[in-house]
Design a protein around this ligand. Structure first.
Ligand code: ANZ
Ligand code: ZN
Length: 815
């Protein structure tokens, strides 16, 4: 199939790039810096998949584009190499995780190089190297020193048969994914990072992330969950119990209380007579993980105790329930079944009183959660909800019965994993000194090779490794055998790329200062919450240590779309619709594959694989190579040069804004023009090659060389707009002026017939919308002007004039 030998061209240029270290970022350079980063991959045994191919191709096109624009680009790569799959391979196949990782990393690298991605390989980072995770441990020690790394009891999924802790993804639907036994909840003392200390800053900082997708920002807001409310003191058995509510306006509608089944002080509330029933209830619900509990039916049992509502001294029963979170607010809620869905469900189930206090719905059928005028609320009757919240809060504060508070949904980050293939937590337990941090000079604490896989935590099977001198007293101590969540490794890797080989400190401050923050970050939207929040948290912590002088790691963020199988379904082995990028590359060449990946859809949209589509791309790339190698070099026509100008300008805009599909359309259009020419100037051809080089770098280099260039096109300069003679400028008049001219005529004709016109509405085709400028139109027309894209909804368009929109001439409506 390959008449042009693409493979030969690819190999040739990949070798030349490597030999000449073309893509290595220079720490010293006169050019301005630009840091482009894609989320680093987990090097899985099954190799590169098409999702990788898409994400990394998008990042690569952008990095190449930025180089052409004259930036000193840092575009590094690494491997997020610790984690469960390598450990599972050890259990199933007996391959040591280290070997599994080494092999798959090697394979990954070969595949990545084949794709022509322009990384600075000299900065490679691998999180499973102890020279990397040493610094995970170092950060942990700093957090420990500041009280931000601490231990507390927390629950894990436990398989009683395998005698092992299960990750959430291994315990779906309450069953162990290895043996199928039902998963139990077990309490273990585990390590946490106090991300909640940064909750407010993480929340408030979102607003300033201008280069982030709105959706991602709102997901982060929800995840952190900042909630303004009031803490109201109820009295229980003579003691004060604060209760958090966002709706103090409903305080007179409280008919019972519900305390969390996992509340540490629950048993203080349970009277003797109720103990057996409560125990039975707890036993039952304790086998369900917290995650599943959210979707369960609301259930509970009476504790036998009562609480006194401070506003009217009413006595209400206290239940223990499965839907109240132990570590949110105070772990107890004041239940207002008339106005809260969960409380309503609970009250219906146990036939508890429902008292309406906010008017607006039919509370015999369902909870009314909206706002409204207060009723059944004594002196507060008649107030609207907002005013009532204010007044009741004021009154509670005055009587010292409550205070305003802010609660966050964000929890501290549990990082303990009872696993082998992770960063060892640098802690020693000593009989006399307690919990003692390993000394900095003794880092890294390396993973031992001699361990047994299969049951429980492999690290517990190496006594020799565990036994260690106490760093404080020198007596006998034991190492912590928990390892860190692998999200720790990816929380600061972008900094290490700036100084990857440093073995005396985590990185040189000046180097990070030179390159960071990341100018453009790319990765899947599935990382909107955890990774990107931890990333921000670590950055802020390192800033507070004085190591970096910024608090946000990423200026601009881009999420690529998903590539589905030809059948439109998510690719999976079982569906048999998986596309292997390397098979595709073998058949059609790298450049056609890259071209196809960005020509089907805008990079942020999902799309389906199509064999036909890639053939189309292949034919196009082949035509380019064949046609251009034959084309006579001479002089370009004026027509070509003026079209080139337009193309350069548009492609520049499209590359800058990740509209790569539009760039391919523009490039195709221009190519059609030159392919009909008899001759073309070296300069014009060179410019065209530069335009396609970010997407098709190998073919571009080859042809660039063919027309006599000695330097690499990859690090040449973005083509300049050529000066165009006045004649041609005239041709390319401002679309606003054109439209003004036509509309003025329409207005004249209407006014001539005695109509009075004040307002002009224009309905513009979406692809033209950006070219229009309200102010120019207003000035030209001397009327009030409103512009809409025909796709906008809602819009003022009484006679459906949007339908009349044509290229260059919008639909028009006058009033
Ligand atoms: C009474 C009430 C009446 C409430 C009403 C809501 C509507 P956010 O926005 O998430 O902060 N709550 C308080 N602590 C809780 C806990 N530990 N577990 C589960 N729910 C808890 O939600 C705050 C509301 O969630 C609080 O306001 C409380 O119910 C409940 F018509 O108090 B509300
Ligand atoms: Zn000691």
């Amino acid at each position: 199939m390959l008449e042009v030998n693409f493979e030969k061209i690819e190999k040739k240029w990949q070798k030349r790039w490597e030999d000449a270290r073309v893509f290595e970022a220079k720490d010293v350079s006169k050019k301005p810096k630009y840091y482009v980063l894609e989320m680093f991959p987990y090097p899985s045994g099954s190799g590169l998949h098409i999702g990788h191919a898409l994400n990394y191709t998008i990042g690569d096109i952008f990095a190449r584009f930025k180089r052409l624009q004259g930036f000193n680009v840092l575009h590094p790569i690494g491997y997020d190499a610790l984690g469960l799959p390598a450990e599972n391979a050890a259990i199933v196949e007996g391959t040591p995780p280290e070997k599994y990782t080494r092999d798959s990393t090697k394979r990954f690298m070969i595949q990545q190089k084949k794709m022509g991605w322009s990384y600075d390989w000299s900065r490679l980072v691998n999180t499973s190297d102890s020279s990397y995770y040493k610094w995970d441990q170092w950060i942990f020690l700093k957090m420990f020193e500041k009280g931000l790394a601490y231990k507390k009891e927390s629950n894990v999924n436990w398989c009683p048969k395998c005698k092992t802790v299960l990750a959430n993804e291994q315990a779906q639907n309450g069953r162990c994914d290895r043996c199928g036994s039902s998963v139990k909840i077990k309490y273990l003392n585990q390590w946490f990072l106090k991300i909640t200390d940064y909750a407010d800053e993480l929340y408030e900082g979102i607003e300033k992330l201008n280069g982030w997708p709105e959706r991602t920002k709102s997901m982060q807001r929800n995840w952190i969950g900042k909630s303004h409310g009031v803490e109201i003191n109820f009295e229980i058995g003579g003691k004060k119990w604060p209760v958090f509510t966002t709706r103090p306006d409903t305080l007179l509608g409280v008919t019972f209380m519900v305390v969390s089944a996992k509340h540490p002080k629950l048993m203080d509330l349970v009277i003797k007579k109720q103990k057996m029933e409560v125990d039975k209830f707890l036993d039952r619900i304790n086998s369900v993980s917290e995650k599943d509990a959210a979707n369960l039916e609301k259930e509970g049992v009476f504790t036998g105790s009562y609480a006194i509502n401070p506003i009217n001294n009413e006595k209400v029963p206290i239940y223990v329930g499965n839907f109240v979170v132990a570590d949110y607010g105070s772990g107890m809620v004041m239940a207002v079944p008339a106005h809260d869905k969960r409380d309503f469900e609970f009250a219906k189930r146990y036939k508890l009183k429902i008292k309406e206090v906010v008017r607006g719905g039919d509370v015999s059928k369902e909870a009314y959660v909206g706002e409204g005028k207060l009723i059944n609320s004594g002196e507060f009757n008649g107030l609207g909800s907002k005013k009532a919240i204010e007044e009741i809060t004021k009154s509670l504060i005055k009587k010292k019965l409550g205070k305003k508070t802010i609660n966050f949904r964000l929890r501290d980050w549990g990082i303990s994993r009872q696993r082998y293939w992770g960063t060892p937590i640098p802690i020693v337990y000593c009989k006399d000194c307690g919990t003692v941090p390993v000394q900095e000079k003794d880092l890294p604490v390396k993973l031992p090779k001699e361990v047994k896989f299969g049951k429980g935590n492999p690290l517990e099977t190496n006594e020799k490794w565990i036994k260690v001198k106490c760093p404080k007293c020198g007596g006998s101590g034991r190492r912590e055998t928990d390892t860190m969540d692998t999200f720790v490794n990816s929380s600061w890797y972008f900094l290490r790329y700036c100084d990857p080989k440093n073995d005396v400190s985590i990185f040189k401050k000046e180097k990070v200062k030179k390159w960071c923050p990341i100018d453009q970050y790319l990765g899947g939207a599935e990382h909107s919450c955890m990774h990107l929040i931890y990333f921000r948290f670590y950055t802020k912590f390192l800033r507070d240590l004085g190591l970096v002088d910024f608090g946000e790691p990423v200026k601009k963020l881009f999420h690529q779309g998903m590539l589905h199988g030809e059948d439109g379904e998510k690719m999976s082995k079982s569906k048999g619709n998986v596309v292997d990028p390397l098979d595709v590359v073998k058949k059609y060449g790298v450049d056609a594959t890259r071209f196809f990946l960005v020509s089907v859809a805008s990079p942020d949209k999902d799309f389906d694989w199509s064999e036909k589509g890639i053939q189309g791309s292949f034919k196009f790339i082949k035509r380019i190579s064949e046609c251009l190698s034959k084309l006579k070099i001479g002089k370009s026509s004026e027509k070509i040069d003026s079209a080139l100008n337009k193309t350069i300008k548009n492609v520049l805009n499209y590359y800058s804004s990740f509209k790569f599909r539009k760039a391919t359309i523009e490039i195709r259009g221009f190519f059609d023009l030159i392919s009909k020419e008899k001759e073309i100037s070296k300069e014009t051809l060179g410019s065209f090659l530069k335009l396609i080089s970010p997407i098709c770098p190998h073919v571009a280099e080859e042809l660039w060389e063919k027309i006599g260039n000695k330097e690499f096109i990859s690090i040449s300069e973005w083509p300049k707009f050529k000066k165009v003679s006045l004649k041609k400028i005239k041709k390319d008049v401002d679309i606003n002026l054109k439209v003004v001219k036509k509309v003025v005529e329409m207005i004249k004709s209407l006014e001539g017939r005695g109509k009075e016109i004040k307002k002009v509405y224009l309905y513009i085709l979406p692809f033209e919308f950006e070219k229009f400028n309200v102010n120019k139109l207003k000035k030209g027309l001397g009327k009030e002007v409103f512009i809409y894209s025909v796709k906008d909804f809602p819009k003022h368009d009484p006679k459906n004039k949007s339908k009349k929109a044509r290229p260059g001439l919008p639909g028009v409506w006058f009033e």
